[in-house]
Design a protein around this ligand. Structure first.
Ligand SMILES: C[S@@+](CC[C@H](N)C(=O)[O-])C[C@H]1O[C@@H](n2cnc3c(N)ncnc32)[C@H](O)[C@@H]1O
Length: 339
């Protein structure tokens, strides 16, 4: 009971801190009114607020100046998400390295969501970033950027394509936008594949493979292992987290009560109505995970070059060191030619 009360106070304090930290100019009331009706589309903003939070850290892994704008009305819980921060940094570095020699000038981001890499990565000026996403996401993104008080200018050419990746015509739309399948490209499927069924993933890769040269590279984040298999690990993690919270509570209690004492009644009244919007369960929308990426992608004529669990040495940046419990991996692959 005491624990529940403490956690309630912690939640109030967190919301109050967050409300104080977001300026009114960052709020775009009404502009993203429809995107939140579809949780998968809305996930683009739910992830984006985490990049905004990372950007505000004392020593951030990256700074994404557009993230607070593109998160729209979604405010989240204000907490840093090490896994999303690591994911962003890992793929930022990979993409920058892929285009650094100047031979690859096409960057394709299927399910780009609120990605702002075209505005912030170091890429050749004559490169083109192709962002593909659902109509509602692209429309919301363009509106938020247009309404932003600051002018944001892409660092390379940028094309946005409104398309359903489950409809094979997205490849034609990409080509209509200027993409050249005969030239090398680098692709990033970040935060997408687990929202698709296996058949949809297969169909997506079949279309992608018609658009690649042998020098092209494809990156993806995916989950391995079934949620059932990971249950034990998640349970242990939660127990450890509870023990850690309890041991810190006595120290934090004084700070907590002082934060709460600064809350207004209006802040507290809004807490309940905020809760559903601040903690939607994205995993409820997950449909696919992959136990053996090497085998799976090999059957689709791709060779997995590297497979990196989040939290492992190559992907922790000193902020989340848990390769043993992570079910998320970053995979880089090349199309297999000559079969
Ligand atoms: C979790 S967000 C990831 C966005 C971005 N890649 C990132 O990491 O921040 C998932 C995105 O997948 C997009 N998406 C899911 N299914 C899609 C489909 N069939 N066609 C186009 N986009 C889709 C959603 O609209 C959403 O923007």
């Amino acid at each position: 009971m005491v624990l529940v009360w403490f956690l309630g106070l912690a939640a109030v304090a967190t919301v109050c801190r967050l409300r104080r930290s977001k300026t009114s100019s960052e709020k775009k009331t009404g502009s993203a009114a429809k995107i939140n009706e579809d949780l998968v589309a809305y996930s683009s903003q739910i992830i984006c607020i985490r990049r905004a939070v990372e950007s505000e850290q004392e020593n951030p892994l990256f700074v994404d100046p557009l993230a607070a704008v593109l998160a729209g009305d979604y405010e989240g819980d204000g907490k840093r998400s090490p896994r999303i921060s690591i994911r962003t940094k890992y793929f930022d570095d990979f993409l920058e390295s892929a285009v650094s020699t100047g031979t690859v000038k096409q960057i394709v981001l299927p399910a780009a969501g609120m990605d702002s890499r075209a505005y912030r990565l170091v890429v050749p000026e004559d490169a083109t970033t192709y962002e593909i996403d659902q109509e509602i996401v692209v429309e919301t993104k363009e509106k938020l950027i247009a309404e932003a008080s600051e002018a944001f200018v892409p660092k390379c050419h940028l094309k946005r394509i409104r398309a359903d990746l489950n409809n094979k015509n997205w490849g034609e739309k990409l080509i209509e936008a200027g993409f050249k399948p005969s030239e090398p490209s680098v692709w990033l499927l970040e935060g997408l594949l687990y929202y698709l069924t296996e058949d949809q993933v297969i169909s997506l890769f079949q279309t992608i493979s018609t658009l690649l040269t042998e020098e092209s590279t494809l990156l993806a984040s995916l989950t391995r292992g079934s949620r059932k298999d990971n249950r034990g690990k998640r349970f242990n993690l939660r127990i450890k987290a509870c023990i850690s919270v309890l041991s810190k509570l006595s120290v934090r209690f004084r700070d907590l009560t002082s934060s709460v004492s600064r809350c207004s009644m209006a802040d507290i009244d809004k807490l309940d109505s905020k809760r559903p919007a601040t903690a939607p369960s994205l995993t409820s929308k997950f449909k696919w995970s992959c136990d053996k990426p090497e085998e799976f992608f090999s059957s689709l004529n791709f060779t997995v070059v590297d497979s990196v669990p989040v939290g492992s040495e190559k992907a922790n940046y000193g902020i989340w060191n848990r390769p043993d419990v992570s079910s998320v991996i970053y995979v880089s692959m090349k199309p297999r030619t000559g079969d």
